[in-house]
Design a protein around this ligand. Structure first.
Ligand SMILES: [Zn+2]
Length: 204
């Protein structure tokens, strides 16, 4: 199981009407079901959110998610919000090409609970450069965003491109899928951290 953030490549926050429009789209097509406190249950067509290839590997009942919410934040946030630093191993320094170290990266990411993303600082152990987020070649999609669709407990990160494109058109931004491997070892801690570092669920 993965968490997914469907986020703009850059910091854009779409206008409120566009956010309402994507919620209408998700509801009308039964991708989502009931809403409780800004969080939606999967709808009867939830499996259609996922890429056609995945329908060969998983049953429609398995192609689902736990919850979907649309979230915004006043300040730009680094996504994924709550992934253990170990999952970023394989990321490299853009200046020297060397691999990042887990412990200092963990510390730098943890600081984002308190400091803006623009003040992210990681000292590369190889070339000694102070790296900002854009100086890191991450091993997966990441985003710095003030708006995202959060899909918790998704079967796979492979979503149907036509749905992503349509959501992007409604929002006026290009959306990318940022996967997050939840920290299974610290189940109680991660949601708390996620709340602190996270956005606010959009409510109508
Ligand atoms: Zn370096």
């Amino acid at each position: 199981m993965l968490n997914l953030y469907l986020a703009p490549k850059h910091r854009n926050r779409p206008p409120d009407e566009a956010i309402e429009a994507i919620i209408d789209f998700l509801v009308e097509h039964d991708f989502v079901g009931d809403e409780v406190d800004g969080s939606f249950t999967p709808g009867i067509e939830a499996c259609e959110l996922f890429h056609t290839d995945m329908h060969e590997h998983l049953l429609p009942a398995e192609l689902t998610f736990d919850a979907l919410s649309v979230q915004t934040s006043d300040k730009p946030k680094f996504l994924p919000l709550a992934q253990p630093a170990a999952e970023f191993i394989g990321s490299t320094c853009k200046l020297c090409g060397d691999l990042l170290d887990e412990a200092p990266l963990e510390e730098a990411l943890a600081r984002l609970a308190y400091v803006p993303t623009s003040r992210f600082a990681y000292a590369c152990p190889s070339c000694q450069s102070e790296l900002s987020l854009k100086d890191i070649e991450f091993n997966q999609n990441t985003s710095v965003a003030r708006f995202w669709i959060f899909i918790e407990g998704a079967a796979t990160s492979r979503l149907r491109q036509s749905v992503l494109d349509h959501l992007g058109r409604l929002l006026g931004v290009e959306l990318i899928v940022v996967p997050e491997v939840p920290d299974e070892r610290e189940e109680d801690w991660v949601p708390a951290m996620s709340r602190k570092r996270g956005g606010v669920a959009w409510r109508r």
